[in-house]
Design a protein. Structure first.
Length: 302
């Protein structure tokens, strides 16, 4: 839908901006044999990998796949394993597609920029391209080429050769960047075409379905927030003797030291029975302890 397109565009723009800042402030090629390749590939690949992991982690569908279980309603009929497999593959492809937006943008922009590629591949350029001395050994050639990304380390007589090598590497890097963009664009277009061809829904019906799912999730989130707030309020009221926002509070409860200790500290979900959990220490206390203790009258109603 439009929201997905807008979200992907925002992610791409933020990634482009981050890449430019990252390159400007942190990238400095070592210009040394054996180190250039590792350094360049690290700047190319590691941020892309981190962005990919973040993309997966920030997508709710990822956690639905990880923690999801078969609905009890599906046990009433014969389980369709093929349908479940298709659904899982569809969701996984959708999640992967969203997660790839940032890392692919990073790789494409980085390759078009060319600096990382020039650093990584400079020592592997053939001596043919810069007219190297035929009497120079291969290791000396690599040492000379490895210094080309750093202009201050290149002798004046090799400045022209350096410019030619840098232009050649930038050409290769930018072509690779544009090819990556082209491949991704064609893949995305064909994926949408195939999804539309095999979809059982018509165009308008599909739009209605996406709108319904979006609205259902928004309404569910609102109801979940209100439900959890009301449920938590019952426990807070039991502990303090009044609920937040109450008017004309006539008395407040003074919790004991034991009660303060009971609700303090770290807590995980606690299984109460086969179907229910305690969500916090306060929740556990409120369900177990009876309402007693010291109460203090207030003068708010006077």
């Amino acid at each position: 839908g439009k929201e997905v397109i807008v979200a992907n565009a925002i992610i791409a723009i933020l990634t482009i901006g981050g890449q430019q800042l990252f390159s400007f402030f942190t990238f400095s090629c070592p210009c040394h044999v054996g180190q250039n390749l590792i350094y360049g590939l690290a700047f190319l690949g590691v941020p892309a990998l981190i962005l990919l992991i973040v993309g997966f982690a920030l997508n709710n569908q990822t956690w639905r796949l990880v923690t999801g279980k078969r609905s009890p309603l599906q046990h009433e009929g014969t389980p369709n394993r093929l349908l479940q497999c298709k659904l899982t593959c569809f969701v996984l492809c959708s999640v992967t597609g969203r997660a790839l937006v940032a890392p692919v943008t990073w790789l494409a922009v980085t390759l078009i920029n060319g600096s990382f590629y020039v650093c990584a591949m400079s020592e592997y350029v053939s001596a043919y391209y810069f007219g190297g001395n035929p009497n120079t050994t291969a290791s000396e050639h690599r040492k000379i080429l490895a210094a080309f990304p750093c202009s201050q380390l290149v002798p004046p007589e090799l400045s022209r050769a350096r410019d030619e090598v840098i232009l050649l590497l930038r050409y290769q890097s930018q072509v690779a960047g544009w090819l990556l963009i082209a491949v991704v664009a064609v893949t995305v277009f064909l994926s949408y075409c195939l999804a539309s061809c095999f979809s059982p829904l018509s165009f308008l019906h599909f739009r209605y379905w996406t709108n319904y799912v979006h609205n259902e999730q928004d309404l569910f989130d609102e109801a979940m927030d209100q439900h959890s707030r009301l449920y938590a309020m019952q426990h807070v009221r039991k502990f303090f003797g009044f609920a937040p926002g109450s008017e004309n509070v006539e008395e407040i409860r003074i919790p004991s030291l034991r009660e303060w200790q009971a609700i303090s500290g770290l807590a995980f979900l606690k299984l109460v029975d086969e179907e229910h959990y305690d969500y916090s220490l306060l929740h556990d206390w409120a369900l177990k302890d009876s309402v007693d203790g010291k109460y203090l009258k207030t003068d708010e109603t006077r």
